[in-house]
Design a protein around this ligand. Structure first.
Ligand code: ZN
Length: 468
């Protein structure tokens, strides 16, 4: 109901990210029925604003909502529980047993905690891979919270070290995916969409991947997976299937415009050519790639080939936050020792975080820029902090990518609904979520059987913080 309201955001400096990359000195953005109705610069006439709720934004910067092309809401509850491990150990020793121990209640609070953090930091759209079971709980959290998401249940039917709690027969996994897809795809006027999520080649048989291709083609939904994240993973795929990751996905007919592959660090030049020819997309996750010691993706090579890609934080236990601002900064500065200081300029990176990220998800006609007709996914940032002095001779993209922090975000709107403002996420009871996360994690760790004990000092701090 709330989205039917008319809102006028008045007087902000508007970073449009339209084709001409216009930055408006002072603009009024008029929102109606969840969409941007008009971007007015100079200001709209007073009579034009009758019936609008006015949000004064003088002195603030209005940007398109940020798009994260790879996250796992189901892992937010595991933040700090799998530090300093390489990918395959990270999965086998910690993340898989923990994911396998989720129940619907723990998944729900994990998802809500992740969404709170994302909305507070100005992320309005995510491509999200859930776990094998209880995906409905995450989809419900997405629906209630108001964030825009393409999400789906993880598929795993194979692989060393996968706990029985996550292994699932092909028929069962595909049947549940189709049920979820039919129930959830295009919910709330297309804000919630479904993606098929085979975890990665290592944990999926060719028969399962073949079924994923068939269902994706039949329903026209995206496929979200991981590929070429780690050298051991690449060696495992090569030994088992006789090909490199991307070659294998191409051989199975999956390498098309609906495919989004996270990471792509250890791809050969020939694989990049295949990705470009197939018009598949990649997701760059620099924070996760560094923390797991996986490597550094050569994103300037992706740009040279015109490959569609965006940026994502990945999961909380491999980052350890879901902060797009730090991912933007890393996306820019990581490349400079290899390709020179002029590589990956801030303007390029901000496009990846907005309109190009939307393009990687096939949503570029709906989101990613501040333009009439698009969904009203908008964010206001406040540059009055000391880390934004001086402003007068500088560049907006420099402030967005190199200087800004998630704490600069003062308002986040999706589909014309204000989800975060005045320091509060309006659709989530954050205090209740904090309390349920602590309680749910205690039970989940017990169920998982992994040998970790609570920290006395931090368990006490959590009780004091949450008033328990
Ligand atoms: Zn991931």
């Amino acid at each position: 109901m709330e989205r039917r309201r008319r809102i006028a955001i008045r007087g902000a400096t508007v970073v449009t990210m339209n084709a001409a990359r216009e930055v408006l000195e002072q603009g009024d953005v008029l929102v109606a029925d969840g969409r941007i109705q008009r971007v007015a610069a100079p200001a709209a006439a007073p009579e034009e604003l009758a019936g609008y709720e006015v949000v004064g934004a003088q002195g603030l910067v209005l940007i398109p909502g940020l798009v994260q092309t790879h996250v796992h809401l189901c892992q937010t509850l595991f933040r700090g529980l799998a530090d300093d491990l390489e990918l395959l150990d990270w999965l086998r020793l910690r993340i898989w047993p923990l994911e396998g121990a989720h129940d619907a209640a723990s998944l729900r609070c994990s998802a809500l905690a992740g969404i709170s953090e994302l909305l507070r930091g100005g992320t309005t759209t995510i491509l999200d891979m859930e776990s094998v079971h209880h995906t409905e709980a995450a989809l419900e959290a997405i629906l209630e919270s108001g964030i825009r998401a393409i999400a789906g249940k993880c598929l795993m039917d194979h692989g060393e070290g996968v706990p029985p709690s996550l292994l699932e027969g092909i028929d069962e996994g595909i049947r549940e995916s189709v049920e979820l897809l039919e129930a959830w795809d295009m919910r709330d006027d297309g804000r919630v969409r479904y993606a098929l999520c085979p975890r990665f080649v290592v944990s999926c048989t060719d028969a399962l991947l073949g079924e994923v291709r068939r269902v994706s083609e039949h329903y026209g939904v995206p496929v979200h997976t991981h590929a070429a994240e780690n050298q051991d993973e690449v060696a495992l795929v090569k030994a088992e299937r006789g090909r490199l990751n991307v070659e294998h996905l191409a051989e199975l007919g999956l390498l098309g415009h609906r495919l989004v592959m996270a990471h792509g660090i250890w791809v050969e030049p020939g694989e990049l050519d295949l990705i470009a020819q197939g018009d598949a997309a990649l997701a760059h996750c620099p924070g996760s790639n560094l923390k797991l010691g996986s490597g550094i993706a050569s994103t300037p090579r992706w740009l040279e080939r015109g490959i569609r890609f965006g940026i994502g934080a990945d999961g909380a236990p491999c980052n350890n936050h879901l902060d797009m601002w730090s991912e933007m900064r890393l996306s820019a500065i990581l490349q400079k020792p290899f390709y020179g200081a002029r590589a990956m300029p801030a303007s390029q990176v901000f496009a990846l975080a907005t309109i190009d990220g939307a393009r990687a998800l096939g949503l570029e006609d709906e989101v990613g820029s501040v333009e009439a007709g698009k969904r009203a996914d908008l964010v206001l940032v406040d540059w009055s902090g000391s880390h934004h002095v001086p402003l007068g001779y500088t560049d907006v993209y420099s402030h967005l990518v190199y200087e800004s922090k998630s704490s600069d975000v003062v308002l986040t709107m999706v589909d014309g609904r204000v989800l975060f403002a005045q320091g509060e996420v309006r659709t989530i009871d954050e205090a209740a979520v904090r309390r349920s996360c602590e309680a749910a994690l205690t039970r989940l760790v017990e169920r998982s059987g992994i040998p970790i004990a609570p920290s006395g000092a931090l368990a006490a701090l959590a009780r004091r913080r949450d008033g328990r």
